[in-house]
Design a protein around this ligand. Structure first.
Ligand code: PMT
Length: 407
């Protein structure tokens, strides 16, 4: 995304405030953002706040001589890599579907030769009205991309589809659009994904085991996002207490060796995401009956042996997935260690997270939030702190851009 540019058209809706957050998120990724603010949009956010965040002049008026002398609407519509309309109101959708051009936003949308991504936001009854459905169908047929709308409670108090997608979901859709995905609704259609999640448990005896604090939340969120993106997703999970996402093929395992066997049985796959916290070692021998406390208080010694490295095994497998993604759970020198781990294990990407970090009062292992760095041959991307669900959404979009872009 770094170095790309987006022209953001902000329509008139209460969700316009989310567009300010969107501009900030894009800036963090090195994406330049120019903006057109419609007259109705300016009732919800001010030109000053948009301009302060984009660091550029905000364009508002088709007939403003100053605007036209600085940059004509034709040039404005062609300068960016992608045109994003957020919020996309019923009015803006209807105008583009009907070929109307009576203000700067609608003229720019007709004049552009770039892809258009619309992010609808409106009341549920409006969204479901026959005329908006018609506009939606026409625009989709014309190749306009859509992100959302989501289901949920709206500012007007009603519930249902019509809520604007969240800024990070829009970032993910922009990433997929810039990466060349054909359909934002199912950018990973036809792709087989294999995701591992949760801890492994290595038995000491029938009642004791070695394990770690992984809850499975990060891996499950990634699997859920991949399903949403249309991938045929197998989730291989260690013992966790959360419900599997709808639409995955779930395989439950306990030990690292079982996880490796389940992964190998699930090949071929196009993408592997190893989010599981696999135990590096296991007790040499798992006792068949409970180890008793000795009366002379001699503490039993447990000899550990190394577990197979699943990520390294699959990265060098005859049926190696096209895109192999590992995680790195680090407490020190997070990025440096992750770079070394990527080379050592033969992964294409490593998602590094600092598991000693305290995010919102919770630790990364077990908590709801994460802050990750994506390490690839191209370098590193530092993602801001976000929910594990958002990490999943964004990773799915990156995967779509990588896989479909290379297709
Ligand atoms: O489950 P949560 O509570 O949501 O927490 C998420 C998480 C912190 C567990 C997750 O984001 C994460 O970092 N997972 C990887 C944990 C880990 O085992 O990291 P590692 O640095 O020890 O291993 C590096 C990579 O090799 C990982 O992809 C791991 O799955 C893999 N590995 C490790 C050991 C082994 N024997 N086989 C492996 O495949």
């Amino acid at each position: 995304m770094h170095g790309k540019s987006v022209l953001l058209i902000i329509g008139g809706g209460i969700a316009a405030y989310k567009s300010l957050e969107l501009i900030r998120r894009l800036a963090e990724l090195g994406v330049t953002c120019g903006a057109i603010l419609t007259r109705a949009g300016a009732e919800f956010v001010t030109p000053l706040s948009v301009s302060a965040l984009t660091g550029q002049k905000v364009f508002q008026d088709l007939f403003s001589l100053t605007d036209e002398s600085e940059m004509g609407h034709i040039e404005l519509s062609r300068a960016a890599d992608l045109v994003v309309v957020a919020p996309a109101t019923a009015d803006l959708m209807g105008k583009l579907a009907g070929g109307l051009a009576n203000d700067l936003a609608s003229t720019t949308l007709l004049a552009t030769d770039k892809k258009i991504l619309m992010v609808p936001a409106m009341n549920v009854r409006m969204w479901e009205s026959p005329s908006v459905r018609r506009s939606f169908e026409i625009l989709k047929k014309d190749g306009v991309l859509f992100a959302g709308p989501n289901d949920g409670e709206m500012a007007c108090g009603e519930f249902g589809p019509g809520r604007m997608a969240e800024p990070l979901e829009i970032v993910a859709a922009i990433e997929a659009a810039l990466g060349g995905a054909k359909s934002l609704a199912s950018p990973l259609a036809g792709v087989r994904a294999l995701v591992t999640a949760g801890p492994t448990r290595e038995p000491v005896d029938p009642v004791r085991f070695l394990a770690n604090h992984s809850s499975g939340k990060q891996g499950y969120a990634i699997a859920e996002a991949l399903v949403r993106a249309g991938a045929e997703t197998t989730l291989i999970s260690g013992p966790v207490s959360i419900a599997p996402p709808d639409g995955v093929k779930l395989m439950r395992v306990t030990t690292a060796r079982e996880m490796l066997a389940a992964c190998e049985a699930s090949l071929p796959a196009d993408v592997l995401v190893m989010a599981a916290a696999v135990a590096d070692w296991r007790p040499d021998i798992a006792a068949n009956s409970k180890i008793k406390k000795s009366t002379d208080r001699v503490v039993p010694l447990i000899k550990l042996v190394e577990n197979p490295d699943i990520l390294a095994t699959l990265a060098h497998h005859a049926k190696r997935p096209r895109l192999v993604i590992g995680f790195a759970a680090e407490t020190d020198d997070v990025v440096e260690n992750a770079i070394a781990k990527r080379a050592r294990k033969g992964a294409d990407w490593i998602i590094a997270n600092d598991v000693s970090a305290n995010l919102n009062g919770e630790s990364v292992m077990g908590g709801e939030r994460n802050r990750v760095h994506l390490i690839s041959a191209a370098g590193r991307e530092d993602w801001p702190e976000m929910s594990k669900r958002d990490v999943g959404t964004r990773l799915a979009a990156r995967i779509a851009a990588e896989i479909k872009g290379a297709a």
